[in-house]
Design a protein around this ligand. Structure first.
Ligand code: THU
Length: 141
């Protein structure tokens, strides 16, 4: 496979997609808007926003929405994820979303944080979810 380059241009496109998605967030309860973008194996970008619910636990994170959008197009590999939160602190995916990303990512998949004005620290999926459980564990020999 050709080596994958997460170019500055791609990162900026992800940032733009996540920021645009964030503005669509439905977060009337927390007022905490989140946008996420995933880059797939074909170089396409899929975005999502958080969608809250009056039955609070039924709310969906931005990262989950972005992954659903990717799967809908037939793509099943994530090359990078970028998350734009609200306020000063950098937002990384919650535990559940780290596991959701684990399904379609790899240990070295970059997870980039950002806010309205800047890019923040970046991590690998393995840093955020070490010693994780994934599809290969379900394969019987
Ligand atoms: N949220 C996300 O969408 N992604 C994250 O990484 C952290 C939290 C959402 C869930 C909820 O709608 C709001 O942010 C506050 O927790």
């Amino acid at each position: 496979m050709t080596p994958f380059l997460l170019t500055e241009v791609l990162q900026q496109a992800m940032l733009q997609a996540a920021r645009t998605a964030r503005l669509k967030a439905y977060a009337p309860y927390s007022r905490f808007q989140v946008g996420a973008a995933v880059l797939d194996q074909q170089g396409r970008i899929h975005a999502g926003c958080n969608v809250e619910n009056a039955a609070y636990p039924e709310g969906v994170c931005a990262e989950a929405g972005a992954l659903s959008a990717m799967v809908l197009t037939g793509s099943l590999r994530v090359r990078a994820m970028l998350v734009v939160g609200t306020g000063g602190a950098w937002v990384t995916p919650c535990g559940g979303c780290r596991q959701k990303l684990r399904e379609f990512g790899a240990p070295d998949t970059p997870v980039i944080t950002a806010n309205e004005t800047a890019m923040g620290p970046r991590y690998t999926l393995a840093q955020l979810l070490p010693e994780s459980f994934g599809p290969e564990h379900l394969k019987t020999p």
